[in-house]
Design a protein around this ligand. Structure first.
Ligand code: WTA
Length: 651
């Protein structure tokens, strides 16, 4: 099928960082011809080094690539100090609270906040280079101060998304052996204060968090919270007495910058480790190429700092690029479905970056809301997190972008650190629902399991065949898991190939369309969830013997979860009661976003003789599709009929 192409608007191309497909090809050909030379030229130009590097790329011990070895830098200086002379009075963070309170924090002010905070962490809590700090915070400017303060003193932050439960905090504290937890009393959501601190108390009280010596609390709302004497302190009471000058630690290019836990296809979430130089370089370069960031732009990414999108494209990337980054505390529906559009008008937002699930939701509940606002400041729109369906794309393109703003559909992952496949707004002809081409420097290919290229138009595995600067460096503390999870036996030019876990199709233009995960990772409202995590939680209900969770298509969330559950008792309180009870457990152990929309109570699960659950069969049953594949290899093929029957009876 021939898809409609939207060519870049010449006005935008004229001043864009990459102006045409010729320029794109020139860059990509440079990378293909001289990979190290390509990265060397940008690393020299973009990074303010404290000490120059001596080697661009060491890939002699793949998959453990090392970039810019010998070099030293400090990421907080890259994001703040080097902008002060010329742009000290420019707004760095433009914060809007849910209740409408606005804070404009200039680069000079950001510098003061970050230096003071860094001194506080260093002097009061003895946090030093290499120490781990867990951050559990709402979307307020202090969250960014904390990240940058850690970077300044060389501490490694591990942010836990505010929607996660106490168990997630505890697991991450234990995983990283964190010394300090930084949190807030709470924040505002749906117009009301809510609390975060109790989850931290609960996490610590469960035991195992002995590494934590202190809890630092930022005051956002004035709700009452529990303070443990000798352990908990209020940031706002302390910060004034610290100096606004903190000598930045000189960090080696390959020292860790942060950990971010993300779901995989098996087991519990993995601590994705990103290091200093390569990560910040790519965060900054993609801001310039993909968002075409310019000095007067007001850039807004609606993600949460608890996810990689918030790390790279609310904090590190925009600040490294010297941009003004908008940060919003609340939900898009408060006080109504026009909130985001009102903010775009009032703040004069030029780039707007969000998730398809939010677009679908706002389309459904507030189709005409955008008409009430002047959205003409917008230049570029972006999406991330999941494939975007044509209906949502059209609405976004026409209603929000006035039919003229390019939409950059950016494919990437927690592990990739930054954008990997995306249109460049001044160069690439865009196509609805297609991430188009690799960003220059990225060698993305669609391959078969044995490493041979998948023919045009057929589904294959989306792989990256050369290490890139912002790639995951390790699974924290578990190099074997790192190798196993991302690098199979497949090699290209004798080097291991990175498997993304996503399926994709390439067309004759070389455009790549993402077809979704090929493993047991699910994507609910753009949140990445592993079936194993949810199943472990369901298994904690007393009446559950075993379960398997799959996802099914959902109009707004993209995917929703469906759990097939085997009970260990015959007399019970009823399916509805049990479903509620299980969802409560999931909410407490994982987070509300991982609740299942549907439960089917079944006598058995489709297992192979070696005991592996065939989730593919369950996915077909969930959506009511016929099972055409051979099920004779199952341990008990008759179980399939029984599951189908139960599903029909309980729907
Ligand atoms: C999915 C988010 C289609 C994909 C940055 C990937 C996408 C997972 C897109 C990573 C896109 C992300 N089109 N699918 N433009 N972007 N995905 O780690 O399945 O939270 O593997 O990183 O989201 O999710 P993660």
């Amino acid at each position: 099928m021939q898809h409609k192409l939207y060519y870049p608007n010449p006005e935008l191309s004229k001043n864009a960082s990459v102006k045409s497909m010729d320029e794109y090809n020139e860059l990509q050909n440079f990378a293909k011809r001289d990979y190290e030379g390509f990265w060397d030229s940008f690393a020299k130009e973009k990074i303010t080094w404290k000490k120059p590097y001596t080697k661009v790329l060491d890939d002699s011990n793949m998959p453990f690539a090392r970039w810019f070895e010998g070099g030293e830098l400090n990421v907080s200086e890259q994001c703040i100090d080097r902008h002060l002379e010329k742009n000290g009075e420019k707004t760095a963070i433009l914060f809007e609270g849910e209740l409408g309170d606005i804070q404009k924090i200039t680069y000079n002010q950001l510098s003061v906040h970050v230096n003071k905070t860094a001194n506080l962490l260093r002097e009061r809590y003895g946090v030093t280079k290499g120490d781990r700090v867990v951050i559990y915070m709402p979307m307020i400017p202090e969250a960014a101060f904390m990240m940058l303060a850690c970077a300044r003193i060389g501490a490694i932050h591990s942010i836990v998304f505010g929607g996660f439960s106490s168990d997630a905090i505890r697991d991450r504290v234990i995983g990283a052996q964190a010394k300090l937890i930084i949190t807030a009393d709470g924040a505002y959501r749906k117009g009301k204060p809510y609390l975060l601190k109790p989850a931290v108390d609960e996490a610590i009280s469960k035991g195992g968090c002995e590494s934590v010596k202190n809890v630092l609390i930022v005051k956002r709302n004035n709700e009452e919270i529990n303070i443990v004497e000798g352990r908990d302190e209020i940031y706002n009471d302390l910060i004034d007495s610290y100096s606004d000058k903190c000598v930045a630690e000189s960090m080696a290019s390959e020292d860790p910058l942060f950990l971010l836990y993300t779901s995989g296809s098996t087991g519990q979430p993995k601590g994705v480790q990103h290091n200093q130089a390569g990560y910040i370089l790519w965060a900054q370069m993609t801001m310039e190429w993909v968002f075409d960031i310019k000095p007067d732009d007001i850039y807004w990414c609606t993600a949460d700092i608890g996810w990689i999108t918030g790390h790279t494209y609310i904090v590190y990337g925009p600040l490294a690029a010297g941009a003004t980054t908008v940060m919003y505390e609340g939900i898009p529906l408060y006080p109504d479905a026009g909130r985001w559009w009102k903010m775009i008008e009032e703040l004069k937002v030029t780039q707007f970056y969000t998730a398809p699930t939010a677009i679908r939701m706002l389309h459904k509940v507030g189709n005409d809301e955008p008409d009430k606002y002047d959205l003409s400041s917008l230049r570029i729109l972006g999406t991330v997190g999941e494939p975007i369906n044509p209906e949502a794309w059209d609405w976004y393109h026409n209603k929000i972008g006035g039919g003229t703003c390019p939409i950059v559909d950016t494919w990437w992952q927690t592990e990739t650190g930054g954008h990997m496949i995306s249109p460049l707004p001044g160069a690439t002809p865009i196509q609805a629902g297609c991430a188009t081409l690799p960003v220059p420097g990225i060698m993305a290919e669609v391959l078969e399991e044995d490493g041979t290229p998948t023919p045009v138009g057929e589904k294959g595995l989306l792989c990256i065949t050369k290490p890139w600067p912002a790639m995951i460096r390790n699974v924290w503390g578990d190099p074997e898991r790192f190798k196993k999870a991302y690098f199979g036996d497949c090699k290209k030019d004798g080097k291991p190939v990175y498997f993304s876990g996503d399926g994709a199709m390439i067309d004759e233009k070389g455009y790549i369309t993402i077809t979704g995960r090929t493993d047991d990772v699910m994507n609910v409202s753009g949140h990445r969830i592993g079936s194993a995590e949810v199943e472990a939680s369901i298994g904690n209900a007393e009446f559950v013997a075993e379960s398997a969770v799959v996802s099914e298509p959902h109009d707004i969330k993209g995917e929703s979860l469906c759990a097939f559950v085997i009970l260990n008792l015959t007399e019970h309180a009823g399916f509805e009661e049990m479903s509620k009870e299980i969802n409560n457990i999931i909410k407490n152990e994982v987070g509300a976003f991982a609740k299942c929309d549907r439960f089917v109570f079944v006598p058995g699960l489709p297992k192979t003789r070696s005991g592996k659950i065939m989730r593919r069969i369950l996915r077909l049953i969930a959506v009511g599709e016929e099972i055409t594949q051979d099920i004779s290899t199952l341990e008990d093929p008759s179980v399939v009929e029984a599951i189908i029957k139960a599903t029909q009876e309980q729907s």
